[in-house]
Design a protein around this ligand. Structure first.
Ligand SMILES: Cc1cc2nc3c(=O)[nH]c(=O)nc-3n(C[C@H](O)[C@H](O)[C@H](O)COP(=O)(O)O)c2cc1C
Length: 210
């Protein structure tokens, strides 16, 4: 389907058909779309944590302001930022470039230095903010990919990141959830998704400067 048609079709779905599960190959496409997302300096300072366990998903409801979609959806994609972005993140990236492109370490020295300079300018809080921005770009890409596959989703900030971190045992892995994406298929109970989309008029959305 045409991208614009897919984006018109998509809506935040809060009621899911619990009997419908996303096929493995479609789930992989969503993950790949997230992984193909552009990020600042290519560092990808986040992971997508994939949940598909019904019992675990039920435990998410009370720490998600009682929003039921986290229990009903086929899978929950948790976008979790790296809380320990340091020299080793840069080294890992450089090693990956060498592996994928077959270039030398020396040829990347200048780029490595500029990445190091950029990261050292930020304190820990600024790094989390920077990493969160990157995770949101991936969120948008995955949402668009889901729409293209006619998979429903609902981006959610309405959850407690610290309680998610504890429940999913992410702290020791230096991961902090920042935004989540339940994905699945809408149920017949879903009424909101068919309402006309509310968006700014083009005049209010665009400022053209000639
Ligand atoms: C970053 C982000 C966080 C959101 N958090 C929630 C949420 O916690 N619960 C919810 O029901 N909807 C949430 N939404 C959905 C928005 O309310 C929805 O995208 C908006 O009203 C536009 O409607 P549409 O997505 O159906 O086009 C969130 C959307 C985004 C992009």
């Amino acid at each position: 389907m045409d991208l614009i048609e897919s984006l018109k079709w998509r809506a935040s779905v809060r009621n899911y058909d619990t009997s419908k599960k996303i096929e493995e190959q479609d789930l992989e496409k969503l993950i790949e779309a997230g992984n193909l997302t552009a990020t600042s300096m290519g560092l990808q300072p986040f992971k997508i944590v994939v949940l598909s366990n019904e019992e675990l998903q039920k435990k998410l409801v009370p720490i998600s302001y009682n929003q039921q979609q986290v229990a009903q959806a086929s899978h929950i994609l948790v976008f979790a930022v790296d809380t320990n972005i340091n020299e080793s993140a840069i080294d890992n990236y450089i090693n990956r470039v060498i592996e994928v492109r077959g270039v030398t370490n020396d040829s990347l020295e200048g780029y490595k230095q500029s990445m190091t300079n950029y990261l050292t300018m930020m304190d820990e809080e600024a790094k989390i903010t920077w990493a969160t921005k990157q995770a949101y770009i991936a969120l948008g890409t995955v949402m668009a990919a889901a729409a293209d596959l006619k998979i429903d989703s609902c981006a959610m900030e309405g959850f407690d990141p610290i309680q998610y971190q504890e429940l999913l045992e992410l702290k020791d892995k230096n991961l902090l959830p920042v935004v989540i994406l339940p994905v699945g298929y809408r149920s017949s109970e879903e009424k909101m998704a068919d309402l006309p989309k509310v968006r700014k008029t083009r005049e209010n959305f665009v400022l053209e400067i000639n």
